[in-house]
Design a binder for this molecule. Sequence first.
Ligand code: AMP
Length: 207
Amino acid sequence: MNIVLLGKPGAGKGSVSEFLQKEYGLFHLSTGELCRKHIKEKTSLGVEIEKFISSGQLVPFNLIMQILKNELDKNVKTNYIFDGFPRNISQAKELDNLIKVDMVLLVDVPNHIILDRISKRRICTSCHKVYSVDNVKNNTCLSCGGMLEFRKDDNLETAKHRIELYEQETQPLVDYYKNKIFVVDNSGKPQETLKKLKAITDIVFQK
Ligand code: AMP
């Protein structure tokens, strides 16, 4: 089972992935996380992509494909949650050449809630777990004790730009995947989202 997650930046794709990983043992593949790892480790790809990420632009097609294929080559080609990939129709067509997409989940949240969540988002520098600043103390990861930081591309202006980019580039994928897409509303409490999500995945995974 391969799942593609769609949703604006800050919609909560990370939390949905965490649930799917735990519940069904799927492997989380976040192209954003892979990009940040390349930048942190100062690989040649990392040096090339840094300017795109920090300004909230999409990484060019050939570079993001290189990053994705490097990762897919390490593992078997199934049981993935694709988080942040594909971001447009060209990437979706390329993904169809690489693996079979079984199901698409759109994590849906209105823009004003997203911007509020992004302004409060902190990420662990060590294990990459994501938190809201409301739920942590001393800027420390509850899971591994690592230091939490603000993502460079989470400032308000860049976040607005990333939402616009999503609407232009990524939203058309809702139509591209119309035969296998499910929508999960994530504007409420996490427990409510997980309940809705479980209702969907229980049906799909039993087929
Ligand atoms: P994310 O963590 O998914 O919000 O991604 C953070 C940033 O990484 C994006 O704003 C892009 O600059 C880059 N990125 C991640 N995935 C892709 C992709 N599929 N195509 C192009 N750029 C990407």
